[in-house]
Every structure is written in structure tokens, then in C-alpha cells.
Design a binder for this molecule. Sequence first.
Ligand SMILES: C[S@@+](CC[C@H](N)C(=O)[O-])C[C@H]1O[C@@H](n2cnc3c(N)ncnc32)[C@H](O)[C@@H]1O
Length: 349
Amino acid sequence: MNKIAQIQKDVQEYYGQTIQKTDDLKSKVCCPVDSLPNELKPFLKNIHEEVQERFYGCASSIPPLLEGLTILDLGSGTGRDCYLFSQLVGAQGKIIGVDMTDEQLAIANKYIPYHMERFGYSETNVDFRKGCIEDLKSVDIEDNSIDLIFSNCVLNLSPDKEKVFSEIFRVLKPGGELYFSDVYAGRRIPKHLQTDPVVVGECLGGALYLEDFRRIMQKVGFLDFRTVSQTRLDLGNPEIEEKAGMIDFYSTVFRSFKCNLEDICENFGHVAYYNGTIPGHLHEFELDDHHLFRKGMPVPICGNTTNMLSETRYKEHFKIVGDFSTHYGPFDCTPEPTKNDYDNSGACC
Ligand SMILES: C[S@@+](CC[C@H](N)C(=O)[O-])C[C@H]1O[C@@H](n2cnc3c(N)ncnc32)[C@H](O)[C@@H]1O
């Protein structure tokens, strides 16, 4: 068996047999470090307890403005996030969850009728498909067909991450958003840990070094991506900590868009005003860890941020003044002091 097939087999065994619920995990990595925002808590209450008991995500952050969207959840597990999205997109929206592990899919599928009844839908808007996230054609996901791609603590488990990110770029609609949580490392993981089934299964052995992540993103077409939040992980297991040695791990939420982006931020003199119209964000909206838009307050933005806000579903919620006719040089990319231990905001300001 080649290395890629071996890693996938180990991961399937880990999530199919070794662990049966969140409490079986051997570290504190795959637990929600961000609590779900208050406005989403009532939706969580509608989700079956067996699905919730097997939630292995590393964050609980989701973007706004979901009504009517087609959302793809990569590595959907038993479907906790899919069932949250199912309620938020409404009956006109659609959720596709892709996972390769039969046991995870069996639980996700078992509760479709329960959730449809609970959400008051006459037919399901959730579709779980068995497949590998490295090959989304094999699960019939067409080019430019998805509004929002989401994933929670999965991409680190992939043995071919560049393939996954290029598939993401392929299937995202122009103007679509990639929004996901995963585990990252402040340095490259040594070879022997990349094949340790427990360290890999706990979402550590396959964690990408943040700068290698940036290289992959820029190579596949996400020239600028933004850090929404980043929390240094306490592994909570002395044996795994000893194996990890000096490696620092982070639970990170990133977002990017399939829109016109440059590899560094450039200044065209744009200014953005937030209208205060995004449900749940009436006073302010945080695009990333260094762009907080307060209702009505002018914020100077670079060309990339301009396009993120004007070529996507966020466009109705901002007034942007300026055009691309005059270039004033690079945008000052000095990040604001952040709440995070490690600030890596890709190519952006
Ligand atoms: C840590 S769990 C997270 C599950 C889910 N996102 C959640 O938050 O509960 C990882 C999931 O990703 C799936 N997975 C890992 N690698 C995969 C791959 N290459 N293709 C498809 N699914 C994969 C596993 O089967 C498992 O269900």
C-alpha cells in the first residue's frame, strides 16, 4: 500500500473504529475552542445528540449571510455542521457533506429524517456523499458550482493538501467563499510524526506549517487569504506533548474568496462603509483579525479587500468609495496588534 492510501486507511480506522465520541479523543485539539455564537445556540439544540456527541471540529465559527446558498462541507463527519447549515440556508439552500468514512456517514444519514421533521422541511436539503476530498469530481461536484466551502478540522488529515485546495478553487463559484477551521503548525512536522497514526488521527501529524499553507493557497489561486481567528493549542496530553516537542500548534479559522486578488495588498485609495445590515452583525462586522468594520465608519481598504467586499455576497452590505484608476503604491500591511499568538494573514494587509 502506498503512503497516501496508508494514511487514508489509518484515518478511516481512527474515525470509524478507534474513537466513537468526542470524549474518546486523546488530546484537546478536536474540541471547540471558540464557543458557538449565542445567536446560533438555538439551532444547535435541534441537532440530535448522537450527532453532537461525535463532533470532532476544532472551532465553532461560521460565516453569516447563508440563506439560499449551496454549501459544501469537506470531511463532514456525522454532520453536526451540515445540520446547523441546513437550518441557516433554509429550504431553498442546499448542503453537500463529503466524507470517506462509512461509520461517520452512517450516523449522518441515519438522522436525515429526524432533522427534516425537526426543521419543518418537507424534503431534505442535506446530501451526504462518500468520497475523498482530494477528488471532488468523484462525488459529482462540478466546476464553479458552490457558494460556500466549509470544513472543520479535516484538511490536516489529507495526504495531498495541494490537491484538496485546487479542487476547492475549481468547484467554488466566482465570488464564492472558502471559510474553514483547521490545525496548523508554527514549523514543519518531522517525518516520523507524519505517519504516527495517533498523532495524525488527533489532527497534529498532518498539520501544515503556516508558511507552506500560504504557498499552497497562492499556488492554487487564493492569492490572498485572511485569518479570522487563531488560538494556540494546549494539547492536554503529556505523551503527545513529548512527541510534539517544540512544535507549536494553532487552531485557526481562515477565509478567502474566489475573486480578483493580488499577491500583496495594493493601495488604490478605496474607503469602505459598513451599512450595518448583516443579520447578527448590526453594529459591526469583522472580516478578519485586522478588519473590523463599524456601521457607518469609514475604513481605508486595499484593492484585495475592496474586491472581497464588492465581488461577493457581502457587496450589498457595504458602500465602497473609490475606483482602481490611480495606484498609490503598496497598502500599508502592518497588522494591528492581534489577539492571537501568531499572526499570519497571508498576503494581506
Ligand atoms: C476530525 S473529523 C471532523 C469531522 C467533522 N468536520 C466534525 O467537525 O465533526 C475528520 C473527518 O474527516 C474525514 N476525512 C479525513 N480525511 C478525509 C479525506 N481525505 N477525504 C474525505 N474525508 C476525510 C474523516 O473521515 C472524519 O470524518
